[in-house]
Design a protein around this ligand. Sequence first.
Ligand SMILES: *Cc1c(COP(=O)(O)O)cnc(C)c1O
Length: 399
Amino acid sequence: MDESNWKEMESKYYMHAANRYPMVIEKGLGTKLWDINGNVYLDFTSGWAVNNIGHSNEVVANAIEEQSRKLLQTSNVFYTIPQLKLAEILVENSVLDKIFICNSGAEANEGAIKLARKWGKLNKNGAHKILTAFNSFHGRTISTLAATGQPKYHETFMPVTEGFDYFEINDIDSLSEKIDDDIVAIMIEVVQGEGGVNICSEEFIKYIRKICDEQNIIMIIDEVQTGIGRLGTLYGYENFDVEPDVITLAKGLGAGVPIGALLAKDEFSVFVPGDHGSTFGGNALTSAAAYASTKFILENDIPGNTIKLGSYFMNKLNELKSKFEIISEVRGMGLLIAIEFSTDIAADLINECNPNGLLVNAVKPNAIRFMPPLTVSEDEIDEAIRILEKSLDTVLSKK
Ligand SMILES: *Cc1c(COP(=O)(O)O)cnc(C)c1O
């Protein structure tokens, strides 16, 4: 089939697991993407909060090119330097002690679940239950689906892994009534990303820390979306004045290459040979890319830019809110931001924004989410606001 028939090719050959917008993306640079017709877009989705230092970052491209000519992959029975350098930079800049590197967010969370269960066997009379939040998102495998507190995702695939129960974020009673001796871990996103950019209060996160200390429970923070600069700090937990026992990373870690990681304090790093593994986990290529990206983020104070541009963007969105009654809320932290509407206009709005040159995500029927690269500029934010305003005008005039 001729590749110009991309729609037909997709429907003939690809499982219909995603609804796609009618555009073929060909290349990216910084905050911009180009389609095969030469149209240019401001990318405020970043491949789902992945391209944290923009598309085709020179430093990462060079690291990938250099590493690809030396070594892509060897098994984990040998040492490789890129893997060790990545381990060092991530651990040294965190409150955690040990790392296991894998390939995705779901895989990182699977690892965290296994680690918690093993620790419970060794140290808490076989306690194995894990509490997670309603509206959380932890992945698409059978166990991380079970961990995801959104029953609509479970129904088609029952039975999912047992041993999970759910609480409401920012509701201490809803959590405390679920605590019993079978609970081995509480897993939480400090800001729920896929759930709609729902921000946990510092009080709530500190309460989780307290109950975990009192009840001998592992505090796992899923930083797959909030980690690596997104909230204006290398790790999201830094905004909440707590030290987690375990964190998971993925999305922004590799600047676009598939990689995930699980970090834990020594006390909880209970895997021994045979417990866990991953053929591709920590391979030389993706480790070199993630190391170059993380180094770039730290050396160029990308978290600082995130705080500055995040508040600039929030101010502009709040100005828009005062102009448009239909905007009911602007919320966010760093450059993970959402605006909510009083009616379900997100899909219509995106159908205007995309062709107007701004890519954003409908995170709920009545909310859109912004997660631009953390290297975004003020000018690009101004342009995004202009496109958003124009697109909103069009949608509202059609109502
Ligand atoms: C995206 C996401 C995941 C799943 O990551 P995958 O790489 O898609 O498996 C897990 N947790 C959170 C918080 C996420 O945002």
